[in-house]
Structure formats: structure tokens, C-alpha cells
Write a protein that binds this ligand. Structure first.
Ligand SMILES: [Zn+2]
Length: 95
């Protein structure tokens, strides 16, 4: 966990797991608290109770790696879903 999360996050996380002791995905005992909206894009929601959900470690790491795949998959495209590479066949056809 990044150091800047600090003690407030640590306390909130522990309390959240006490109230929500099972993984939201598979029902196993929760070990991790996930931010529904990514803290990177929504830092103001980091300590917001409504933005949290309990997960077991396995579901949480699956979610984290899915995010990673999502980023890798979309990065060669612009916001409209078109490839940013000028040599891509779609862009070559437009010329
Ligand atoms: Zn789980």
C-alpha cells in the first residue's frame, strides 16, 4: 500500500472490513478494501465510505490486473477508439 494513504486510510479500511467482512465478488472472508472509483482519478474519494467495497486478496488482485489490461488495450487508441498509430491500416486508408 502506498505510504501516502496514511493512518486515516488504515483505520477506515480496518473499520470497513469489520462492517463488510466478506468479499463482494465471491463471498470469501475479505482481506482487502477496494476503491470503486480509482483513487488515481478520484483522490477526493479515497476516504469516502461509499467508494469502498470489501474483497478477498485473490479477487482484488484480479481486478487490479484487469485495470492494467484495460489501460494497455486502450492506450494505442484515441478517445474515439481510433488507432493513434499513423501507419495503422485505418489511418493509411483515410489518406
Ligand atoms: Zn473474492
Amino acid at each position: 500500500m502506498p505510504a501516502h494513504y496514511g493512518k486515516r486510510w488504515f483505520d477506515l479500511r480496518r473499520k470497513f472490513i469489520t462492517y463488510n467482512p466478506t468479499c463482494e465478488r465471491c463471498g470469501k472472508p475479505a482481506t482487502d478494501v477496494d476503491h470503486i472509483k480509482d483513487v488515481k482519478h478520484h483522490p477526493e474519494l479515497m476516504l469516502s465510505w461509499g467508494n469502498l467495497r470489501s474483497m478477498c486478496h485473490s479477487c482484488h488482485s484480479k481486478r487490479t490486473s484487469n485495470d492494467q489490461i484495460h489501460i494497455d488495450k486502450t492506450s494505442p487508441c484515441d478517445v474515439n477508439g481510433y488507432p493513434t498509430d499513423p501507419e495503422h491500416p485505418w489511418n493509411v486508408l483515410k489518406k
